[in-house]
Design a protein around this ligand. Structure first.
Ligand SMILES: C[S@@+](CC[C@H](N)C(=O)[O-])C[C@H]1O[C@@H](n2cnc3c(N)ncnc32)[C@H](O)[C@@H]1O
Length: 456
C-alpha cells in the first residue's frame, strides 16, 4: 500500500482538470493507482514524494526530475510552485492549448456519447500580463500577494506574471501607505485587522484604472491621503469596499467612491463601456474581443431578430448584437450595478433598441412576458455553475431558433446541452477560446439550433 512520504518513480502521462500532473502507478499490489503531482507535466519522469493518500488516489510532489518533458519550460515567476494562480507556467504554450482542448473533450465525453470534435483552441493574443483585474490580499507582513494553491495562505508577490504591468506600482504604493500609517493587515483566522485586499481593474483600451481598498470596517484611516496617493500613482477612480464578514468572500457589497470617476470607461469592438467596480467584466480584454466577434458572427443576426442576452453583465454582448443590426435586444443580469451600467452604456453609444432588467435568469419568461419580448436568438454566458434545469426550462419556454452558449466551464455546458437537446436543440461545432492563459480554465462557444420539437 502507498503511504505518505513514500518515494516513487513515476512517468506523468496526463493532466487533471485542476491542472495537476497525473501518473498511474502499478506494483504487485496495485494496478494503475492514480497519483496527482503538483507542477509535473506530461512526459516528465520523476521521483515523487507522496504527501497525501486517499482510498483510490494519492497526491505527491516532485522530489527530483529524472527526465524533463520536452514541453517543460522554466516558469518565469519565483512564486509559481506555491501560488494558486497559474498551473501551466512551466509548460510550452502550444502544449497548454492541446491540454485545454483535451479537457473540453473529456467534459463532453462524461456527458454525452457522441459530439463534434472540438476545434483547436483559439490562442490568447497575450499570455503575459493579460489580466485586467486582480484582487491581492495583504499579508501579515504588510505585503500584497496571492493565495496559495487550495488555501488562503498569502504568497507575497507584487509582480505577478499574469497581471497588467501597471498594477505593481499601485501595490508598492499601497504597501508603503500601510507601513507609514501603521495600518493593520486583516487576519482571516482572528477576524482582526483592517486592510484586507487591494482590488484593481484596468480598462485596457483607454488605460483608465480603478483601485479599491477592501477593508474590515467603514473607514480607512488617512483616507484622503490614500486617495491622493492612488491618484498620483495614476488611478482614475478610487473606492473603499467594506467587507466586515468573517467568511472568505472577497468583496463586500458596499462601495464608497473617495476619488475620481464612478465608472472607468473601456472600448471593446469599437463600443464604449462604463464599468462599475461591482460589475463583472471579462478579464482578458484582447481575447474578449475575439470571443465576442465570434459569438456575434455565430448568431448571424439579421434585421428581424430579437436577441436576448442572458447573464448580460454590463451589456457588452447586448450592445454588440444591437450594433450587428438586431431589431431589439433584451439583457438580463442579477447584479443591479451591472444593469445600471448596461443602461448607461446603451445611452452613451446612442443605442435605443436595448432594454435591460436586473433579475435572476430563471425569471426570464416572466420578465419578457411583461414587456412583450419574443426573442428568436438567445445568447447565454452563465457563471461556472452553468444554466441548470430551471434556466434551461426558462429558455426552452421561449423556444428561440438559435442559442449561442458561451461557457467558462465545459463540464456544466455539456450537461446543459444534454438538457437543451431534450427540447429539440442540436449543435455542430465546439470552439474553445483560451481566455485564461497559464491557468486550467478554458472558455467554449457553441451554437445550438432548434431542429426538433419540444419535449413532453
Ligand atoms: C461570465 S459573466 C458574463 C457577463 C457578460 N456576458 C460579459 O461578457 O461581460 C456571468 C454573469 O452572470 C451574472 N449572473 C450570475 N448568476 C446569475 C443569475 N442567477 N441570473 C442572472 N445573472 C447572473 C453575473 O453577475 C455575471 O455578470
Amino acid at each position: 500500500m502507498i503511504k505518505k512520504n513514500d518515494i516513487l518513480k513515476l512517468e506523468i502521462t496526463d493532466v487533471s482538470f485542476a491542472g495537476l500532473g497525473v501518473a498511474r502507478y502499478s506494483d504487485k499490489d496495485l494496478e494503475n493507482f492514480v497519483i496527482f503531482v503538483h507542477n509535473a507535466i506530461p512526459g516528465d519522469v520523476i521521483l515523487c514524494r507522496v504527501v497525501k493518500t486517499e482510498k483510490s488516489f494519492a497526491y505527491g510532489i516532485i522530489e527530483e526530475i529524472i527526465r524533463k518533458s520536452e514541453k517543460r519550460i522554466n516558469a518565469p515567476c519565483p512564486t509559481f510552485e506555491k501560488c494558486g494562480g497559474c498551473v501551466f507556467l512551466n509548460m510550452d504554450y502550444g502544449a497548454e492549448l492541446e491540454i485545454k482542448r483535451q479537457h473540453v473533450i473529456n467534459s463532453y465525453r462524461r456527458n454525452m456519447p457522441v459530439f463534434p470534435d472540438p476545434l483547436p483552441v483559439v490562442p490568447s493574443p497575450e499570455t503575459e500580463h493579460y489580466r485586467n483585474k486582480v484582487v491581492c490580499p495583504l499579508s501579515e507582513n504588510g505585503k500584497f500577494g496571492f493565495y496559495a494553491r487550495a488555501s488562503h495562505r498569502n504568497i507575497e508577490n507584487s509582480d505577478c506574471f499574469l497581471q497588467d504591468g501597471d498594477f505593481g506600482r499601485f501595490l508598492a504604493a499601497a504597501e508603503g501607505f500601510v507601513k507609514d500609517k501603521s495600518i493593520t493587515p486583516y487576519n482571516e483566522v482572528s477576524g482582526k485587522g483592517l486592510f484586507r485586499q487591494l482590488y484593481m481593474r484596468k480598462a485596457k483600451n483607454t488605460g483608465e484604472i480603478c483601485v479599491c481598498a477592501v477593508i474590515n470596517g467603514k473607514k480607512l484611516p488617512f483616507e484622503k491621503e490614500f486617495a491622493e496617493l492612488m491618484k498620483k500613482t495614476g488611478a482614475a477612480s478610487v473606492y473603499i469596499n467594506e467587507n466586515t464578514t468573517r467568511g472568505n468572500t472577497v468583496l463586500g457589497e458596499k462601495y464608497r467612491l473617495i476619488y475620481g470617476k464612478e465608472r472607468i470607461t473601456d472600448i471593446l469592438c469599437g463600443v464604449k463601456f462604463e464599468i462599475s467596480p461591482a460589475a463583472f467584466y471579462q478579464i482578458n480584454s484582447r481575447q474578449t474581443e475575439n470571443l465576442y466577434k465570434y459569438a456575434i458572427n455565430l448568431a448571424e443576426i439579421d434585421p428581424d431578430d430579437t436577441v436576448l442576452d442572458l447573464y448580460c453583465g454590463i451589456g457588452t454582448l447586448s450592445l454588440l448584437a444591437a450594433k450587428a443590426g438586431a431589431k431589439k435586444v433584451f439583457g438580463i443580469e442579477i447584479v443591479k450595478e451591472a444593469i445600471c451600467d448596461a443602461k448607461r452604456n446603451a445611452e452613451i453609444n446612442g443605442i435605443e433598441n436595448a432594454e435591460f432588467f436586473a433579475a435572476d435568469a430563471a425569471e426570464t419568461p416572466k420578465i419578457l412576458e411583461k414587456c412583450g419580448g419574443k426573442p428568436n436568438t438567445v445568447i447565454v454566458d452563465p457563471p461556472r455553475k452553468g444554466l441548470g434545469t430551471e434556466t434551461v426550462d426558462a429558455i426552452a419556454r421561449l423556444s428561440p431558433e438559435k442559442i449561442v452558449y458561451i461557457s467558462c466551464n465545459s463540464e456544466t455546458q455539456a450537461r446543459d446541452i444534454v438538457l437543451l437537446s431534450q427540447f429539440g436543440y442540436t449543435f455542430n461545432t465546439i470552439r474553445p477560446f483560451d481566455m485564461f492563459p497559464r491557468t486550467q480554465h478554458v472558455e467554449t462557444v457553441v451554437l445550438m439550433t432548434r431542429t426538433g420539437t419540444e419535449k413532453g
